[in-house]
Design a protein around this ligand. Structure first.
Ligand code: PEP
Length: 254
């Protein structure tokens, strides 16, 4: 039985004061009854330390939005997995489509980042998803399979158990246009079959596969009811505590 996981990707939003306000509101308003869902908050690097302090002794977990695969060294502007652990992160988003498209991150680079996260005991939220053009060409499954195979290269059965997969169709991210529950479910069940082929049935049954792409309070219930959707990676709607909590409540209930 898989529990739901909801993660909020703040992207490049919220300075330190805004971060304090948002986390305080989430902590204040989230109900104690949300016990079936794990909640992860992923602020920008500059707010991680503050967030880490605020999240101590709460049921909320801290994640980062990116890392560099090297342990340390001459990588100006970059942050290592060990640094993220040190500041209190347990999770890290890797391979977000904005990183893939805006920063030219390849599947090979994403694979290195996943390996580094796992080696440093961080749980990666590994994002995959097709563009609109790829969906219209009818190659969604091929694209997804390729991203999974290349991203998970050399990651063994023990390590994959520490990964969360996030299916995020690129055409649905930040566009207000979510995949229908049926479209998402189709890809999630394909992903489970792919993971069964790569690893085993029990691994594929246990792995968390989140959906991401314009998840809002209005569509969360339908998405969360799908048998292979185990939660959400939320962008825009996580910047407001009311809408984020409504999504968490939907994940908790369905
Ligand atoms: C995201 O950035 O991962 C995301 C899903 O964004 P949004 O919810 O705004 O589409």
């Amino acid at each position: 039985m898989r529990n739901k996981v909801v993660a909020g990707n703040w992207k490049m939003n919220n300075d330190i004061n805004e971060s304090i306000n948002l986390i305080s509101a989430i902590k204040r308003d989230i109900t104690d009854s949300c016990t079936n869902v794990k909640v992860i908050i992923c602020p920008p690097f500059t707010s991680l330390d503050t967030a880490s302090t605020l999240l101590k002794n709460s049921n909320l977990f801290l994640g980062a939005q990116n890392l560099h695969f090297a342990e340390s060294g001459a990588y100006t502007g970059e942050i290592s997995a060990e640094m993220l652990k040190n500041v209190g992160c347990e999770y890290v988003i890797i391979g977000h489509s904005e990183r893939r498209t805006l920063f030219n991150e390849s599947d090979e680079l994403i694979n290195k980042k996943l390996i580094s996260a796992l080696a440093n005991n961080l749980f990666p939220i590994f994002c995959i998803g097709e563009t609109l053009e790829q969906r219209e060409k009818g190659i969604t499954f091929r694209v997804i399979e390729n991203q999974i195979k290349l991203g998970l290269k050399d990651i063994d059965s023990k390590e994959i158990k520490n990964c969360i997969i996030a299916y995020e169709p690129v055409w649905a991210i930040g566009t207000g246009k979510n995949a229908t529950p049926e479209q998402a479910e189709e890809v999630h069940s394909f992903l489970r079959a792919t993971l069964e082929n790569l690893y085993s049935k029990s691994i594929s049954d246990d792995i968390i596969i989140q959906y991401g792409g314009s998840v809002k309070p209005e569509n969360a219930k339908e998405l969360m009811q799908m048998p292979n959707i185990d939660g959400a990676l939320v962008g825009g709607a996580c910047l407001n505590s009311d809408s984020f909590i409504k999504i968490i409540e939907a994940a908790n209930k369905y």
